[in-house]
Design a binder for this molecule. Structure first.
Ligand code: GAR
Length: 202
């Protein structure tokens, strides 16, 4: 069966990467196979998760020169069809997005267009939601374009904010109830579209 080759870009603990790995093992992510993980920092938890799952993992340090060129080369070398940003905390340039021919998707831990864009990442997003006093937040998976968190929305799920929440507690609830569910679903949707195109091209 044809599948889409997926690269996952990570910057942290890798729980969203793990959700993708687990969904693939359960057969829920079936149109795509995770062929490459790119970590942008040494020593992050995501690297161990990739290794434990037997997935090729490249370390390309974001702070070093020519980061985007190196990432693009790795994607092309591994014949990658689609990219998933799973807790990737850098901002990719419009030029990079244009050069990679396939779809790129990102998970953001809020209901876009709230609490998103430059400077909104990780716990800062949840701190901002708590500071604002919203009673509902959530997660969004969207296509990546040249505007940070600005591409078309694929899936979105709401999560309640509860009295006494700290950024850490809220982050965990958003991950459990929304991110780890949505990201594999969105990856499967996009991968199925690629497989469809490949089959039509035969
Ligand atoms: C996740 O909450 C993800 O949505 C967020 O960083 C965390 C990474 O956790 N991403 C962003 O804020 C991107 N703007 P993980 O490494 O355990 O998947």
């Amino acid at each position: 069966m044809l599948t889409a080759r997926i690269a996952v870009l990570v910057s942290g603990g890798g729980t969203n990467l793990q959700a993708l790995i687990d969904a693939q093992a359960r057969g829920e992510l079936k149109s795509g196979q995770i062929a490459l993980v790119i970590a942008d920092k040494a020593g992050i938890g995501a690297i161990g998760r990739a290794e434990a799952a037997g997935i090729d993992c490249a370390l390309i340090v974001r702070k070093e020169p020519n980061f985007e060129e190196k990432v693009l080369s790795a994607l092309l070398e591994h014949n990658i069809d689609m990219v998933v940003l799973a807790g990737f905390l850098g901002i990719l340039s419009g030029g990079f997005v244009e050069k990679f021919p396939g779809p790129m998707i990102n998970i953001h831990p809020a209901l876009i267009p709230s609490f998103c864009g430059k400077g909104f990442y990780g716990l800062r997003v949840h701190q901002a939601a708590l500071d604002y006093g919203v009673k509902v937040t959530g997660a969004t998976v969207h296509y990546v374009n040249d505007i940070p968190d600005g591409g078309q929305i694929i899936l979105q799920k709401a999560v309640d904010v509860l009295p006494g929440d700290t950024p850490e507690i809220l982050q965990r609830r958003v991950m459990e109830q929304a991110e780890w569910v949505l990201l594999p679903q969105a990856a499967e949707l996009v991968a199925a579209g690629i497989v469809n195109e490949k089959e039509n091209a035969l």
